[in-house]
Design a protein around this ligand. Sequence first.
Ligand SMILES: Cc1cc2nc3c(=O)[nH]c(=O)nc-3n(C[C@H](O)[C@H](O)[C@H](O)COP(=O)(O)O)c2cc1C
Length: 203
Amino acid sequence: MADPATLRTVFAQFPAGVVAVCALVDSEPRGLAVSTFTPVSLEPALVSICVQNTSSTWPVLRTANRIGLSLLGSGQEDAARALSARRADRFAQMSLTRRGSAIFVDGGAAWIEASLDGEVLAGDHTVAVLRIHGLGKRVDVNPLVFHDSRFRALESENGSGRRQHVCAAAHDRPPQHAENDDAGPRQDETGARVSDSRRLRVL
Ligand SMILES: Cc1cc2nc3c(=O)[nH]c(=O)nc-3n(C[C@H](O)[C@H](O)[C@H](O)COP(=O)(O)O)c2cc1C
């Protein structure tokens, strides 16, 4: 059986987005950063996050009627660090938007307004399933990526003159997770389907 340190380094090889999970509870903004956000279901619309059972924030946050999920954008690593810091005021330097009890970090790649739908205890973490009530995205903001314990950014190779990755068939198109998703591949001058070829850049 692998030891926790080895598990951590192997799990860290999986690149993930970083999501600010925030809400107003008893007039106080509460929140934490997670990299365990996962889309779960389209009908009903559900996502999940995994929270350490030692978290002091989640037991408070989970009581909020509505919880804001902000999919942080590249350049927002300071917000991610602040939302995992031990200090009391994690929101000191942040520009925020509130909708009911849900709090959103401005400037993210996407936002989801959710409520807690269920929880499953899974070892030293709890899988929290969240029901989506509203959502939106900004096409001009790339997501912040956490990989190998470092923050990274997606870097576009579009316009660099380099040949872009060409998908062979229409079924290579990524599944559409949202009705307003406009990030699918485009056609190049030869009529071939072209993916938005991007690579990870270490910050
Ligand atoms: C990039 C990043 C990703 C994180 N992902 C998670 C996560 O998925 N689950 C989790 O419980 N904590 C995660 N954390 C740690 C929390 O943000 C936070 O530090 C932890 O919950 C302890 O604070 P708390 O006691 O206020 O909950 C992450 C931190 C960072 C910086």
